[in-house]
Unconditional design. Structure first.
Lengths: 116, 114
């Protein structure tokens, strides 16, 4: 069985602070994919990143960066110099196998509030 | 152009009614999904269709019935609505094409059962 744990229920920071959202996953598959989605107050789910299990390189996209470590089964997400617009619920998710046809297993989400 | 669209965006109805939610994707994907997000924001898969064939059917009451008339559409019909059905329902689609694949979600349908 697969499981995704986001232990941080809610995080509150002040604008310009850096913040890291933790994600720990469990799977027996050797091939799998990890995702992060953002859900702003407007409610839609916005795709942020996909990472496959064979690629442990960290990724940076603007103020966003992701740290994937298979040794600790973690896929953490860091926002540098946070902004009010980053306020949202962030979900980590896991997709098993080498096919895109399997459903995502989501973590419970971390609500990030960035105060001005 | 909207990639994954759902109608309606909001649905308010009485207990016992039957309602449908429609989903369409114009991404050319071959797999579509329905997810339910409860009041605590927890997201869980309900159904998945690949090329109009049901491939995932989680433990969902029989009152929920998905229908896929073609690869671009996946509708969700709910019979005898109950208070506990109140949630946000998300449609999604995916494909293995290229390096851009991932699951792309519709805007969600907020269902409120009174």
């Amino acid at each position: 069985a697969q499981k995704v744990t986001q232990a941080q229920t809610e995080i509150s920071v002040v604008e310009k602070e850096d913040v890291t959202l933790d994600c720990v996953y469990e799977t027996r598959d050797t091939t799998y994919y990890l995702f992060w989605y953002k859900q702003p107050p407007s409610g839609e789910l916005v795709f942020l990143i996909r990472r496959n299990s064979f690629d442990e390189q960290n990724e940076i996209s603007g103020r966003y960066s992701w740290n994937f470590q298979k040794s600790t089964s973690s896929f953490n997400f860091t926002i540098t110099a946070s902004q009010v617009v980053d306020s949202a619920v962030y979900f980590c998710a896991l997709n098993r196998g080498d096919t895109g046809r399997r459903a995502l297993t989501f973590g419970s989400g971390t609500r990030l509030q960035v105060q001005p | 152009d909207t990639a994954v669209s759902q109608t309606p965006k909001y649905l308010v109805t009485q207990m016992g009614n039957d309602k449908s939610i429609k989903c369409e994707q114009n991404l050319g994907h071959d797999t579509m999904y329905w997810y339910k997000q409860d009041s605590k924001k927890f997201l869980k898969i309900m159904f998945s269709y690949n090329n109009k064939e049901l491939i995932i059917n989680e433990t969902v009451p029989n009152r929920f019935s998905p229908k896929s008339p073609d690869k671009a559409h996946l509708n969700l019909h709910i019979n005898s609505l109950e208070l506990g059905d109140s949630a946000v329902y998300f449609c999604a689609s995916s494909s293995l094409a290229g390096h851009q694949w991932g699951q792309f979600f519709g805007p969600g349908t907020r269902l409120t059962v009174l």
